[in-house]
Design a protein around this ligand. Structure first.
Ligand SMILES: Nc1ncnc2c1ncn2[C@@H]1O[C@H](COP(=O)(O)OP(=O)(O)OP(=O)(O)O)[C@@H](O)[C@H]1O
Ligand SMILES: [Mg+2]
Length: 312
């Protein structure tokens, strides 16, 4: 196997007592899309900053394509916050970025034209980018990140804040980069749908470390059953009632009205659950069975909920 990136027990602290990441180990295979999925503050950006050499690790080892050295021209990075100059046009932003990477003259103009075409920005190339939509600006960001044809591309929250249509459009673009250019893509996200749709492998991050790792299917099969979602006024009481039948790791109430139960043959168990709750005067507002999604797996490992698509 060719690993584009290998991290071994990497650690990073800020100041005296903020541990941003600890004991973080992972292997990212060449040519794959790899997602770091986790909520705010779980250490995703810190991991990307270390891998792109913008921050240094306190401990641990990192290898790129088998070597502890990194040729910076091999990597591209699109940061969480846009790097686009709003007072420049799309074309000007790209020209400047190209010059930073040593492109000049005809080669630079051709590369910029190629990117503007590939990212469907040609007709807006000479408008100020402050007038671009969020999706267009993110595409310009992406084009700037790959102007030097990196082998390894880091995308920190590539679609946060975008509407569903722009998000789907960007997903296609990212897949294309992998498929047509064999690029290895490492992205961070807090949207489980994004990781599910895009990534060949997913690492769940929680409090600075990876708590589970695998393909989306492997992850979902770790739940080992269906998820029953119960909406009721007193989920804590409902949890107490169901606890003798379903052990605590299969029960999780997160907000004031929702209880999740993980069980096999979920549909068959619904009537029994409703009966048990109603016997104890817990009013069930709604109850539904579904195959687990990545959010259920995350909940299983961390006791925390991931945001659903569209929530910010
Ligand atoms: N420059 C810094 N100085 C101090 N603490 C920091 C710094 N950067 C990150 N941290 C802390 O490290 C932890 C991890 O932060 P990080 O930005 O890596 O999380 P994240 O997963 O990218 O979150 P988000 O989804 O909000 O972008 C947090 O507790 C954060 O407060
Ligand atoms: Mg971040």
């Amino acid at each position: 196997m060719n690993a584009a990136v290998q991290m071994v027990k990497v650690k990073k602290t800020y100041g005296k007592n903020i541990t941003a990441i600890q004991d973080l180990s992972l292997i990212i295979e060449e040519g794959k899309i790899y997602a770091l999925l986790g909520p705010n503050g779980s250490g995703k950006t810190t991991t990307v900053r270390i891998l792109t050499t913008l921050a240094s690790a306190d401990a641990g080892e990192i290898y790129y394509f088998g070597s502890p050295q990194i040729n910076k021209k091999m990597i591209g990075c699109v940061a969480q916050n846009s790097g686009v100059d709003p007072m420049g046009t799309g074309r000007e932003n790209l020209m400047l970025q190209g010059r930073i990477y040593g492109l000049r003259g005809e080669a630079l103009r051709e590369r910029v034209h190629e990117l503007l075409t590939g990212f469907h920005l040609l007709k807006d190339a000479d408008r100020l980018s402050k007038h671009y939509s969020g999706g267009m600006r993110r595409k310009l960001d992406l084009a700037m990140g790959i102007i030097h044809r990196p082998r390894l591309l880091f995308l920190d929250e590539p679609t946060t804040g975008l509407d569903p249509e722009s998000r789907a459009d960007l997903w296609q673009t990212i897949k294309q980069l992998q498929r047509e250019h064999g690029m290895t893509v490492v992205l961070t996200t807090h949207y489980m749908e994004e990781a599910d749709e895009l990534a060949d492998r997913i690492a769940f991050m929680n409090e600075g470390t990876i708590v589970a790792e695998g393909t989306a299917e492997e992850m979902k099969s770790k739940v080992g059953g269906d998820t029953i979602t119960i909406q009721c006024r007193e989920p804590q009481i409902a949890a107490q009632i169901l606890e003798p039948i379903y052990p605590t790791q299969q029960l999780n109430h997160q907000d004031d009205s929702t209880l999740h139960v993980i069980t096999d043959k979920g549909a068959e168990k619904l009537p029994d659950i409703i009966r048990l709750l109603e016997e104890k005067h817990v009013t069930v507002n709604s109850i539904a069975v579904a195959r687990p999604d990545l959010g259920d797996v995350y909940l299983l490992y961390t006791g925390k909920m991931l945001r659903k698509d569209g929530e910010s």
